[in-house]
Design a protein around this ligand. Structure first.
Ligand code: B12
Ligand code: SF4
Length: 509
């Protein structure tokens, strides 16, 4: 390939900048890895750190903007500004995959990439240089062997708390509020163990000891899946499932050989509690915590979200406690605003979260995300009679300016939107009250660690909760100021001494 005289910019949009980021947005560094050398070194901007300086763009540069639904509006603004300066504008990411035309209409895109960028990105850049850019590219679902490793040498120094490495893409489940199984597929695409370990080593050499495993579901093969294949005497399926499971254990064994100060965090279904051997392997691998999608604490709520494989009531408490008993902390994720929720559900949820011993929790309000079963049903239920904010229908809620965006979308049989919002906020307040945080912090080994736990809990609460559920803009900006203030000292708690000489553990023969 000939050398191309243009600069490639990759921008992760955000309407808020904190100066410090919690988790590295992985796509930026993967696309940088997929950028051919002939295009030079891409310039990376993560707007959760600071806003993109559009003045740096020259005519003929290419700007790749990655959007999910929540940051699409800011992404479109950057796209329009970039095009005005003569740059070639390319959109990608989950939201652009679902609404490619929107990026053209509102984001001034020259091209949109649907699906995975790993393989198609070099082609897009080449076409941009040749002036043969297509309107839409379909990157498809790339096989795990072709996942491109991230270029961590491009990380800005001293800005993030956690690195992020993906080990598996796709999820076999089909939850109604989630688009992953539809966009990334239900067939787990597990990445080669060596490739995962190499990236983690790279991060540890640079002083990252905290790494988020950016997986949809770290436990893609359940005992039920195995039993079902056995019952059906489906030998090829059984072999396939066993191989996937064995590979998970192999990965965890390799992680266990890394420096003992490493801390991993992942996302997993509650079913993993059925599998003591798996949880023990996680503990040995230093996977110290996992986001578990609890969603609802009642059987009716679980039915609402097509998650009948989850547990409710006391069985739920026991299931979550099992993680802790095996040394894996739980970040419980709960949804409020489900049709079966009642005013009493809020207190009951808070109580279960407390009794189940979850270390962190998030309480999100049901939001119909595009690409999900819930969204399709909601859009259909509204028919032609859609409420508008300004001239934007609420079925395109991501286009409504942040400050005017409704907090609750679907009408609820017994509660007003404001009631759902204020009750949700009250649960956050209760779970993250100082006495409760202090009680939970007893899981840490020292006073210093306890104080760090308190600081991190408060940061988590401010970054996640206030901005999302507060209706009052003074409270939102207070929360943001607070988050900015504590983000820097918090980051210091995550830094480790770099180990530039670290090598990958030798694989057993
Ligand atoms: C890890 C993860 C997180 C982590 C870390 C986020 C981070 N800072 O990186 C945490 C737990 C913090 C998180 C939080 C949230 N997340 Co999240 N998260 C994920 C997850 C599982 C993996 C993302 C990832 O890193 N993948 C690895 C990279 C390499 O893949 P990728 O981002 O898809 O990028 C590829 C392609 O999309 C494409 N691409 C991407 N950008 C671009 C740009 C260009 C120019 C091109 C050409 C291609 C391209 O190429 C890349 C390489 O193939 C995804 C699920 C998924 N399968 O995507 C959900 C997902 C992105 N999250 C989702 C949601 C809803 C959230 C939350 C809102 C949840 C909540 N209620 O709080 C928050 C929002 C936080 C925020 N403001 O960003 C949704 C988004 C849905 C939507 N329509 O927008 C997803 C899809 C999961 C779901 N349930 O549906 N998340
Ligand atoms: S288990 Fe998690 S990733 Fe899988 S479909 Fe449900 S919410 Fe999505």
């Amino acid at each position: 390939m000939v050398t191309i005289h243009m600069t490639v910019h990759l921008v992760n949009p955000s309407h808020l900048s904190f100066g410090v980021g919690v988790i590295t947005p992985r796509w930026l560094f993967v696309l940088a890895g997929a950028t051919p050398n002939s295009c030079g070194v891409p310039v990376i901007t993560d707007e959760t750190l600071e806003p993109f300086a559009v003045e740096q763009l020259k005519s003929g540069d290419v700007i790749g903007i990655g959007i999910h639904t929540g940051n699409a509006l800011r992404g479109y603004e950057i796209g329009r500004l970039a095009r005005e300066r003569g740059a070639t504008v390319v959109f990608g990411g989950i939201h652009a995959t679902l609404y490619p035309d929107e990026s053209h209409e509102l984001g001034a895109a020259h091209a949109v990439v649907k699906g995975d960028g790993d393989v198609v990105w070099p082609r897009v850049l080449n076409d941009a240089a040749q002036g043969t850019l297509q309107r839409v590219y379909d990157g498809g679902r790339v096989d795990a062997e072709r996942f491109v490793p991230a270029r961590w040498e491009l990380l800005p120094q001293g800005r993030y708390m956690w690195g992020s490495v993906q080990t598996v893409r796709g999820c076999p489940k089909h939850c109604s509020f989630c688009s992953v199984w539809r966009t990334d597929g239900q067939k787990p695409r597990q990445r080669r163990v060596d490739s995962v370990v190499d990236e983690i080593i790279d991060l540890r050499r640079r002083g990252f000891r905290f790494v988020a495993l950016a997986d949809d579901n770290f436990y893609p093969v359940t005992k039920t899946d195995l039993a079902m294949a056995e019952r059906q005497k489906n030998m090829p399926r059984l072999e396939e499932l066993r191989a996937l499971r064995a590979e998970r254990f192999e990965l965890m064994e390799r992680l266990a050989q890394l420096p003992r100060d490493m801390v991993f965090f992942t996302q997993i279904t509650m079913e993993a509690a059925e599998d003591g051997a798996f949880l023990d392997a996680m503990r040995r691998a230093n996977i110290k915590g996992a986001l578990v999608g609890v969603e609802a604490v009642t059987p009716e709520g679980l039915k609402d979200v097509y998650k009948s494989f989850n547990y409710a009531g006391e069985a739920l408490v026991n299931q979550l406690k099992t993680f802790r008993e095996h040394g894996v902390h739980v970040l419980g994720s709960f949804i409020f605003g489900l049709p079966s929720d009642r005013p009493s559900t809020f207190g009951a949820t808070a109580e279960i979260a407390e009794r189940a011993g979850v270390t962190f929790a998030q309480f999100v309000m049901l939001t119909p995300y595009p690409g999900t079963v819930d969204f399709a049903a909601w859009e259909k239920s509204l028919g032609a009679d859609v409420t508008r904010v300004g001239d934007i229908p609420i079925t395109r809620h991501w286009l409504i300016p942040q400050a005017q965006r409704p907090k609750v979308y679907a009408s609820h049989p017994v509660m007003s939107p404001d009631e759902i919002r204020s009750r949700t906020q009250a649960v956050w307040d209760r779970f993250y009250s100082l006495p409760q945080i202090w009680r939970r912090s007893s899981c840490t080994p020292s006073l210093r660690a306890r104080l760090a736990f308190v600081l991190i809990s408060k940061l988590y609460r401010q970054m996640y909760a206030n901005t999302g559920i507060a209706t009052d803009s003074a409270r939102v900006s207070r929360a943001n100021r607070w988050a900015r203030l504590i983000a820097k000292p918090c980051r210091r708690l995550f830094v480790a001494r770099p180990i530039p000489t670290l090598v990958a553990p030798v694989r057993d023969a």
